[in-house]
Design a protein around this ligand. Sequence first.
Ligand code: ZN
Length: 472
Amino acid sequence: MTALEERKLGDRIIRELYRDPDYIDDPIVGEYVDGLWRALLDGARARGELPPELDERYAWRVLLGRDRSINAFALPGGYFGLHLGLVGVVGSRAELASVLAHELSHITQRHIPRLLEQEKRQTPLMLAAMVAGMIAASRNPQAGAALAVGGQAAVIQQQLNFSRDMEREADRIGYGVLVQAGFDGQGFVGMFEKLQNATRINDNGDWPYLRSHPLTTQRIADMQQRAPAVARGAAPELEALLVAARARVLGRPGVDVLRAWAGEPDQPGFAARPLAARAGALYAAALARAQLRELPRAQALASQLAQAVAGDAAAARQARLLQAELALAADQPARALELLPPERPSGRGQAGRATLLLRAQAQTASGQAAQAADALQVWVSDQPQDAGAWQALAQAHAAQGQTLRALRAEGEVPMAQLDYAGAVDRWRAAQDAARRAAGAADLIEASIVDTRLRQAQALLQQQRQEEQKARR
Ligand SMILES: [Zn+2]
């Protein structure tokens, strides 16, 4: 199986995952995870673990799933799934990075094609059957919630059951990549401890990661040799704790749990707890109150958090982003803008994306849609695959009454998620709008729409031909 074939298989799978109701584009968790991810990719390149052919052909993209179960998985073509549940249980960058480094190594070691070949699944027919099976499962209304990303992931993992040797190899290579990327190798040890504790407690279905990654004595022994556990006296990572708290709240824990978290800072003795314990609890309480539609109390808690973590730059930024998000929810866009000084986009991955998107929303809501559009335009010219930024740009154009531009940007949203039919649909509407406007139409924009429409139609036709071929 060539890298290109594997990428195409991955594209077909991911097209369905993007439509899954559990797929979530959260700019704050996403930016944080992407920061770890970029560092690991650089580490893999520096160690020669990322051959240029794979580097170029694969997507190297992590998709977040709004699922409380603890899971992470690699998919064909360099796509990865990460559940918010896993983000919610880790307290350090290195621990989360260790899981990503392990999954990354499954792909750089080409474990998926090796598996498909071993199991004689390499025929296009078998691959198509595998993908079709997953898609059929995702469309079965009876399966309900189980069909979320977690359900699909489970189906994929049944098909892609890595051998114990592959798991050990992913640990070994992943450890090297983690350390090369500048993370503490103890991240692996900490994550293994969490997995071990969960094994002891019993696997109640919340830890699908343990089923796909059984923690064998051999894996533990290998890791102890590589990174002997040391007594950790390191300072807690406030930012990691805040992002974990956010992931837990976004994971839809249910109203009762939200209420319990919302009331946590009112418990006696709360103020005397260590900062690390208070910070996560304040973040969870503020966001839980917002979800319970108690915005004034949510905002008061977020201010309390901002004061508590003021001495830590990364955590203070997270607190500010939360305050801005809550100000927007409370319909105070001017307040949100005060909280969000513009950040210079670094041109690397998603760094600065959370600020950009929150600022754009605040600008669009306060009569500065033109400024929002300018900033977003710069961003998408650099990151044309960013569906969320295209969506925000469409809103900024619409707020200025620029229908054609708004429709053009709207078409890029499904396009970035490989939904070519959706893109064709939006860009046909854009063509109609250009025709109706006749002489007043923006000619440059209209010609961009024509070009993009033709590209989407060609991709749609290609996709349909491939599907037909696979069915035969
Ligand atoms: Zn693995």
